[in-house]
Design a protein around this ligand. Structure first.
Ligand code: PCA
Length: 329
């Protein structure tokens, strides 16, 4: 938009008749639609709304971002490609959803590789360059990423050990979790977050592995009764912008977007950390038994995690090695 304003200014000098009109006209505003997969009460969505507000303020309304939550504009499986093709200029998605495109995208969903916020931050720092490079190949620019709280197991009825998971229909959200479910002897079924209550109510699924946030926001107490705090991994959501759309912004607006993105990454991390305890408490307050996994369940999870890590190292090749070397430094 800066060049438009410069044009207007120079036109105002030469065209005295046009001065009033050009001087009074606001800079032409850009309107961006932003699809996101998760409902409004999700901290990621709240963080994105704040990001949009920050961009609006910092650009004096030159760039307005309208957030369409819960897959209302574009369904989660289509969001990445919609941004890539320019159907929408910006969007959010669950990064490890892309695991089938490239194993690099799955690293934050490997069980027990990074199980604390500190380790998750380290893993993001180690993997970010490659994730950015791979997404840039699709003309997607990474603005920021925010981790979910650690992932735990939700079930109907108590799970004493791994045998209780055999044949159980388990809700999954990406290829890694699908593999995990298989290794546990469960039956994986992909279900998006807004559809979780319905999937449990109709018996499509009987168990899930997700965060205290998603469990509490889905009112898990309406359809199950146990939560095992396995702290298995902290997967991330990523916000990307179509590179062409970003490049078309003025330098000032680009800077405003990047500044707001950096603030959103820091704010989102804090929100996520706070959620871990508050939402676990909400689960307990609503009658869910919150417990540590039994030793045999822990062992089964660890075994599945080790198998997945070995499979990942093999499939990720040099990229995987680069990430793990950076992470273990
Ligand atoms: N909630 C999302 C992603 C991870 C999480 O905690 C989900 O369950 O799909």
């Amino acid at each position: 938009m800066a060049h438009l304003r410069a044009l207007a200014a120079s036109a105002a000098v030469t065209l005295s008749l046009g001065t009033f009109f050009l001087g009074a006209a606001p800079a032409m505003a850009e309107d961006w639609n932003m699809p996101t997969p998760y409902p409004d009460a999700t901290f990621h969505t709240q963080n994105i709304r704040q990001f949009a507000e920050d961009v609006d303020k910092a650009t004096n309304g030159e760039l307005k971002i309208t957030v369409h939550s819960a897959g209302s504009l574009i369904k989660h499986p289509e969001i990445k490609n919609a941004v890539r093709s320019g159907t929408v200029p910006i969007g959010e998605f669950f990064l490890s959803r892309l695991a089938n495109e490239d194993p690099v995208f799955a690293v934050d969903s490997l069980p027990f590789l990074a199980t604390s916020y500190e380790e998750a931050a380290k893993l993001w720092a180690a993997s970010r360059p490659l994730v950015e490079k791979k997404l840039a190949e699709q003309r997607l620019k990474v603005l920021y990423a925010v981790p979910w709280p650690p992932q735990g197991l939700y079930t109907k009825g108590a799970v004493e050990g791994p045998d209780d998971l055999k044949g159980v229909k388990m809700r999954t959200n990406n290829p890694s979790l699908e593999r995990m479910a298989q290794l546990l002897g469960a039956v994986p079924t992909q279900v998006e977050v807004p559809d979780i209550p319905q999937a449990f109510a109709t018996g499509v699924v009987q168990a899930m592995i997700t965060s205290p946030s998603t469990g509490a926001n889905s009112k898990a107490w309406d359809f199950l009764d146990h939560y095992y705090d396995t702290r298995a991994w902290l997967p991330k959501n990523v916000v990307v912008v179509n590179a062409r759309a970003f490049d078309a912004l003025s330098a000032d607006v680009q800077k405003a977007v990047l500044d707001a993105a950096a603030a959103a990454e820091a704010r989102g991390l804090k929100m996520s950390m706070a959620e871990t305890d508050t939402k676990t408490k909400i689960l307990a307050e609503n009658g869910i038994t919150v417990a540590a996994p039994s030793e045999t369940l822990k062992e089964a999870f660890a075994k599945a995690g080790a198998t997945m890590a070995a499979e990942w190292v093999k499939s990720a090749g040099d990229d995987g090695k680069a990430i793990l070397d950076a992470y273990n430094k």
